[in-house]
Write a protein that binds this ligand. Structure first.
Ligand SMILES: NC(=O)c1ccc[n+]([C@@H]2O[C@H](COP(=O)([O-])OP(=O)(O)OC[C@H]3O[C@@H](n4cnc5c(N)ncnc54)[C@H](OP(=O)(O)O)[C@@H]3O)[C@@H](O)[C@H]2O)c1
Length: 550
């Protein structure tokens, strides 16, 4: 019967069903990818000629789709010659594009694809084989030739992110490789044409807090959204324009991670182009995420190497380095934290402060106690966790631990990926597996959270309450959701998911600082979260903060 069903289902239902299957069953996901790889290897894409790719009946959309299938099915190395070919064909075909036309948008998307393919290579710690070196070098040459072509024809060069990412991979995997130090400078300078001046920056409307030695705004920009084209892909130029706007209104703190695509490279390049008076105000927060047993023995040198790597990608200091550890039974993390705190003192040009990422209450307490005992001070300044009207688990134990040790919470998911905004008020529940819904990875994650917390119907009730309060104070619905989190004990800041170059919520998010929730507002909101048994239920179902990552 299954055979008949599969052969008869319309493609959209088939796709939706397949998505449901692979996302709910990790064994099925492995079989799926393995099967796809076998089929793809048996019929690799053909190389179209430059005129076929960019001529009268261009086939670049189909060609890019076939390369995307390669690197998303863990065939990143195999995808590299196809990207090199694609880039080489641009000057050969004398391709022309204009701001935001179909071709420019496709090239920006292709750039995002190259970034993701190379990121997959970096994260899989690919062996430094001669074949890989040659493929990366060819790609680097092709991207540089394309840049020369763009410059000579006065076209906006859409591949700066790819250029940064390829060079970073070469440096990481082949430290002996010789790269032209000036190659990147030019493309970055072009992007720098509209640098902001110190006079155009206003910080006055914001609230700030101290994170150890750092003074930070209580809204951070979050760049997880750069880790997949599923959030949309934009050129470095557009991303930097977006960052400029954020800095202009005072949102100078940005959260990134070693595995958020090219976020560190992109933001580092941005910071390093700013006039020093502004650049010095930037708070670049990144992460060191250890998701499995370390590949080397844990020594002070190993820890320093990890810090240097992140600082290199940022092209300067990491103001806040947040540490994620995979398994609390592997106790190395305690000594690593001691070393990290020591490095803030011995190498202040590399890192200023240390935070935790997704630590639960018990192990935040344990880490603080250990640091106190070993160094005489708590040393860590923050813990980054999920915190929203929908996920109020931090109220159970985390707030108290943080209050005790002066650790600030950096909250993510406070907008549930955007579900806590006007856009979703009075809207039916989306089918998260359908093509049409166009949900972001963040929304898929928080859709699950909403279902763990309650139901879509109950979310609608909460949205109506938020809307009533928003109207009363003449702010946006999302501001009320963020303010409730900011008002909780120990919360330092809310990290706002930022689709740089795609969407801009900076003006709206500024309003959170003029919003004062009165007792009645807070009471109504608490009614939906704290005074139900939802928090306890979530805690029981998922565990304490960060348990979903272990
Ligand atoms: N450590 C971890 O495990 C972890 C996990 C998740 C996130 N994070 C961090 O936290 C950041 C937050 O991301 P998130 O995924 O949790 O998403 P989120 O912040 O809950 O939601 C982000 C989305 O909310 C919408 N939004 C923001 N401000 C708005 C406003 N004023 N009005 C209306 N809509 C608004 C935007 O949608 P549009 O773009 O459609 O406008 C945006 O894309 C990440 O980038 C990352 O830095 C960390």
């Amino acid at each position: 019967m299954d055979d008949v069903l599969i052969s008869q289902l319309p493609p959209d239902i088939l796709k939706s069903s397949l998505r449901a299957l692979v996302s709910q069953n990790s064994a099925a996901q492995k079989v799926f990818v393995e099967h796809v790889r076998i089929l793809l290897r048996a019929s690799l894409p053909v190389y179209p000629s430059p005129s076929e790719l960019f001529g009268d009946k261009p086939c670049y959309v189909q060609f890019l789709a076939s390369i995307r299938c390669l690197f998303t099915s863990k065939m990143a190395i195999e995808s590299l010659p196809y990207f090199s070919h694609f880039l080489s064909c641009i000057p050969l075909a004398h391709a022309q594009w204009q701001s935001n036309d179909k071709l420019e948008l496709a090239l920006e998307e292709a750039c995002g694809d190259i970034v993701q393919a190379i990121q997959a290579l970096k994260e899989s710690r690919s062996m430094p084989t001669e074949e890989l070196r040659e493929r990366l070098m060819s790609l680097s040459k092709a991207v540089n030739k394309c840049e020369a072509y763009s410059l000579s024809t006065n076209l906006q060069f859409p591949f700066v992110r790819a250029q940064l990412q390829v060079e970073d991979a070469l440096r990481l995997i082949f430290p002996d490789v010789r790269l032209n130090p000036h190659a990147l400078g030019h493309a970055l300078k072009i992007n720098n044409k509209r640098a902001i001046s110190p006079n155009s920056v206003t910080y006055a409307k914001l609230e700030h807090i101290d994170l150890g030695p750092l003074k930070v705004p209580r809204i951070f920009n979050g760049l997880w959204q750069l880790s997949s084209p599923a959030w949309g892909a934009a050129s470095l130029h557009k991303q930097h324009m977006n960052f400029e706007q954020l800095v202009r209104v005072g949102f100078v703190a940005t959260d990134m991670a070693d595995h958020y695509g090219d976020a560190e490279l992109v933001y580092g390049a941005f910071r390093n182009q700013l006039p020093p008076e502004i650049g010095d105000k930037i708070i670049a927060c990144s992460k060191w995420c250890v998701f499995g047993p370390p590949v080397k023995p844990v020594t002070p040198e190993f820890v320093l190497e990890a810090v240097v790597e992140r600082s290199r990608r940022l092209g300067g200091r990491v103001e806040l380095l947040q540490f994620h550890w995979y398994d609390y039974n592997a106790k190395d993390y305690l000594q690593i934290l001691v070393e990290l705190v020591k490095i803030t003192k011995s190498h202040p040009h590399l890192v200023t402060a240390i935070g935790l990422c997704n630590f639960d209450s018990q192990h935040t307490e344990e880490a603080c106690q250990f640091l106190l005992q070993e160094t005489g001070e708590v040393g860590i300044v923050s813990n980054q966790i999920q915190y929203s009207l929908v996920d109020s688990r931090p109220t159970m134990k985390m707030e108290a631990v943080c209050l005790k040790h002066g650790v600030k919470l950096l909250a993510y998911g406070s907008f549930c990926g955007g579900f806590l905004s006007e856009k979703w008020l009075n809207v039916a529940a989306p089918n998260i597996y359908s093509e049409e819904a166009q949900l972001t990875p963040s929304q898929r994650k928080y859709f699950d959270m909403i279902n763990n917390w309650g139901s879509w119907g109950e979310l609608q009730t909460l949205l109506r309450v938020l809307k009533r309060i928003a109207i009363k104070h003449d702010v946006d619905l999302a501001n009320v959701a963020a303010r409730w989190v900011l008002n909780r004990p120990s919360v330092g800041a809310v990290i706002v998911g930022t689709r740089a170059g795609i969407s801009d919520n900076s003006e709206s998010n500024l309003k959170v600082f003029s919003l004062i929730l009165d007792a009645e507002d807070t009471d109504q909101l608490d009614e939906y979260t704290l005074r139900t048994n939802r928090t306890q239920m979530l805690y029981k179902k998922i565990g304490d903060c960060g348990s979903e990552y272990r």
